[in-house]
Design a protein around this ligand. Structure first.
Ligand code: HBI
Ligand code: FE
Length: 250
């Protein structure tokens, strides 16, 4: 399905949320509140405060957007689910983060195929109050759109996106911490990613990431650790150069 920002802008229908939806949000939120202190990055906690999430209330996108816009100029745009790469990166390049508004069902509490609102909003939104992270996301997307027609390029960029935005770790001031949304919205992986001795944890390395296919439906075997969000932004030139190099040889 081809999305353009204007034509297909959907809205969050807050009144349509049921008691069950509000309960699911609360259960997921309180479960993460137990595991994230001491494990999530400082930028995440700073962001949670700025966007004002509440454990017992599904966030209203208009309110979240007010806070996000004030902080970094970003905002959420409603999508029904996974969208094609081109509109996805066009939204990001335009400082709009595509987010679903539906919540998983009780039986999907522990795992669901596609990202739901809890993943998109609880996992991704708080760090969108961090300037350097947002600058990275915008730069990465602008660069990607230049190669959008090349499937190999998109696969390499998707790995980069996966091992940072979704499953990234950071050497924070007070130790190894999580900033990737895929981990932050998962109770098991929030503990495993920073405490288990099973996975490898290696310094952020563009070339190595782009040669590391990712696994979708189980905990990661390898995590890449950055020293700062600025490091991500400053690596975009290297990502593009590596990409162009790999495309020649792919
Ligand atoms: N669409 N809504 C949505 N959310 C995503 O995270 C998403 C997507 N489409 C493509 C995609 N992610 C991945 O291919 C990224 O690596 C680009
Ligand atoms: Fe995500």
């Amino acid at each position: 399905m081809d999305y353009t920002a204007a034509k297909d802008a959907l809205m969050q229908n807050y009144e349509a949320y049921t008691e069950q939806d509000q309960l699911i949000w609360q259960m997921l939120y309180e479960r993460q509140q137990k595991v994230l202190p001491g494990r999530a990055a400082q930028a995440y906690f700073d962001g949670i405060k700025k966007v004002g999430f509440k454990p017992n209330e599904i966030p209203r996108f208009e309110e979240v957007n007010e806070q996000l816009k004030a902080a970094t100029g970003w905002s959420l745009t409603v999508v029904p689910g996974l969208i094609d790469n081109k509109p996805f990166f066009e939204f990001l390049e335009n400082k709009q983060f595509p987010a679903t508004t539906w919540l998983r069902k009780m039986e999907q509490l522990d795992y669901l195929e596609e990202p739901d609102m809890f993943h998109d909003v609880f996992g991704h939104v708080p760090i969108l109050t961090n300037h350097d992270f947002c600058a990275f996301l915008k730069a990465l997307s602008g660069m990607t759109l230049k190669h959008i027609g090349n499937d190999d390029a998109i696969e390499f960029v998707s790995r980069l996106y996966w091992y940072t935005v979704e499953f990234g770790l950071i050497n924070d001031a007070d130790g190894l911490r999580i900033y990737g949304a895929g981990i932050l919205s998962s109770p098991g992986e929030s503990v495993y990613s920073v405490e288990s001795d099973i996975p490898q944890r290696v310094p952020y390395d563009v070339k190595e990431i782009m040669h590391t296919p990712y696994i979708k439906d189980r905990f990661q075997e390898k995590y890449f650790v950055i020293d700062s969000y600025r490091q991500l932004f400053e690596s975009v030139a290297e990502i593009e150069a590596t990409l162009e190099n790999m495309l020649v040889t792919a």
